[in-house]
Ligand binder design. Structure first.
Ligand code: SF4
Length: 549
């Protein structure tokens, strides 16, 4: 069934919006461009991305923009005409119901009016879907979708999907196939209660997975009842979150304004004649070396005697294996406590010591290709022998998971069966509800971590791996004092661990609570998953490291 625009010279609602599904690119300035100039932009984008093998001739790009617009508008008859016999037939079927309006059979009239409203509403649902489809269909987190679904399940606007009109039924079928494609599913006792939203015409089993940014462009919150999660997310929560986030910024700046700099550090810059290395052979210590390869474009040599070095560099796309080591070595852990590398994370300080550009987001550099992300949570609480020194000198229970908190994790697992839980490490805690697949080597553990979306664990090698692979990481800590942890680390201060904490991760403290770091509890674990705890799974605070204090 094909549709075409009535006119390419009439600007449709919201302009010539276009998203390239395969690349995730959105065509800029949809309102200030004509059909023809937007087609030129699409042609240029496709030509600049030959790896995606998209047709870049004018005719194909015109058709792409026309089809996208028809679909985005839900084939709105004000802008779109049917272009083949099947489409004409479909339109006729939908028009055929109109004559009953105003006739004497009140129930039939009501039914038809309702049906037409649903078609109009369905166009909004289709617009949301088209927008999301174009951006690659990344769903929201399961905890988020579950919270939305529980609200819909109790809402009177959650109505049965009846075969009232062809267009709606067809759209629902399409939406169901999209939901199957993203593979996102809630526990059946929640999902079975989801039907269709009477207000927007959306298939709720799919809608609860759509990220807020795609919903807000096509949603008029005034149409929805006050109890609706959309109203909460698009108005109340935003107001709350905006003020909370402003407060978070102020708290971070205040803390660092009051605390003195570490003045003993020596000033010195290193050059690529210094091979970066590490005396310690742990997984995390060795992973730290991977980032300089990216920052220097492969011009700084790196080397380690660690058995993990070849495995990690094999997964590091920036490692230049042809670059020879030099006679001058720089031991990374010694350099960080001896020389002034400025603020931020360990990797950011190393970059400064070499005079290299510092990214806002600190991250070690390994990539794993071809592993599909699953609704999985990795657990890791095996501190190994590295914690012995900390237990003698810093905290008697350094990097231990307290028994009461192990019980909390087990409760969380029981309450959230939508995830699969995998415990990694040579000496697992034996957390109930988690599986422990065989781990023949470090590479297979890295592959397991790469397949998950979340990580809960202590600071350890797997914690660095999870952060490098972009998982949402909940770090379980018990030192330093939670009232004195503010991330990112805006100054080189003497506080232990401050160069090891990644500011993009959530930190839950087993001994107490501060403004930014919350206590480890079931409620806070649930909130962390839902993005309610600093930094809210957001990167918006990372650029604070450039702030002048
Ligand atoms: S109005 Fe909101 S809460 Fe109610 S069914 Fe629709 S989306 Fe769900």
């Amino acid at each position: 069934m094909n549709f075409k625009l009535k006119s390419r010279s009439v600007m449709p609602p919201q302009g010539w919006v276009y998203r390239e599904g395969k690349t995730g690119w959105a065509a800029p300035h949809p309102l200030s461009k004509s059909f023809d100039t937007q087609v030129q932009t699409i042609m240029s984008h496709r030509a600049a991305n030959p790896a995606f093998a998209l047709s870049k001739d004018k005719e194909s790009c015109e058709k792409a923009l026309e089809d996208y617009t028809c679909h985005r508008l839900g084939n709105d008859p004000n802008f779109v005409d049917p272009a083949d016999a099947e489409a004409i037939q479909d339109v006729k079927k939908n028009l055929a119901v109109k004559p009953s309006l105003g006739q004497r059979f009140a129930t039939a009239v009501e039914h038809v009016v309702h049906g037409v409203e649903r078609i109009v509403n369905d166009a909004k649902g289709a617009a949301i879907l088209t927008d999301w489809l174009g951006s690659g269909l990344e769903p929201v987190d399961t905890a988020y979708a579950k919270r939305r679904a529980e609200t819909c399940a109790k809402c009177p606007k959650n109505v049965p999907i009846k075969g009232i009109e062809t267009a709606v039924a067809k759209a629902i079928t399409e939406q169901e196939s999209v939901r199957e494609k993203i593979g996102a599913k809630l526990p059946s006792e929640t999902e079975d209660k989801l039907q269709s939203c009477e207000v927007c015409g959306c298939y709720l089993k799919l809608k609860v997975w759509v990220p807020e940014k795609h919903l807000k462009e096509h949603t008029d919150v005034e149409e929805f009842p006050a109890n609706c999660w959309l109203v909460d997310e698009l108005t109340n929560t935003r107001t709350y979150m905006t003020s909370q986030r402003q407060q978070d910024r102020e708290d971070i700046l205040d803390f660092y304004k009051k605390i003195p700099d570490r003045t003993t550090l020596k000033k010195r810059r290193f050059t690529p004649t210094h091979t970066l290395t590490n005396a310690a052979g742990g997984l995390g210590d060795t992973l730290i070396l991977t980032d300089i390869c990216k920052a220097s474009g492969g011009t700084v040599p790196v080397y380690s005697q660690s058995r993990h070095f070849p495995v990690l560099m094999d997964l590091n796309p920036y490692y230049n294996k042809n670059l020879k080591t030099t006679p001058e070595f720089l031991d990374a852990p010694t350099a960080i406590v001896t020389y002034d590398g400025g603020n931020g994370h360990f990797t950011q300080r190393l970059r400064r010591l070499y005079g290299l550009k510092v990214d806002d987001k600190p991250q070690c550099q390994i990539q794993v290709k071809g592993v599909q992300k699953k609704e999985r949570v990795i657990l890791h609480f095996d501190a190994g022998t590295h914690a012995d020194w900390q237990r003698q000198h810093i905290h008697p229970r350094a990097r231990m998971l307290y028994p009461q908190n192990k019980a909390i994790i087990e409760k969380f697992i029981k309450a959230n069966p939508q995830f699969e839980y995998i415990e990694v490490g040579q000496n697992p805690e034996g957390i109930k509800g988690a599986i422990r697949p065989p781990e023949p080597d470090v590479k297979s553990m890295i592959m397991t971590i790469a397949s998950a979306k979340y990580f809960i664990g202590i600071i350890s090698g797997p914690y660095h791996v999870a952060t490098a692979l972009g998982l949402k990481v909940i770090t379980v800590i018990n030192f330093p004092d939670p009232t004195a942890i503010f991330l990112p680390t805006l100054k080189p201060i003497t506080q232990v661990e401050m160069e090891w904490f990644y500011p993009q991760n959530v930190h839950l403290h087993q001994d107490g609570e501060g403004k930014q770091v919350k206590r480890f509890s079931l409620n806070n674990l649930e909130r962390a998953f839902a993005g309610d705890i600093y930094p809210y799974w957001s990167d918006e605070f990372l650029n604070l490291i450039h702030e002048e204090i």
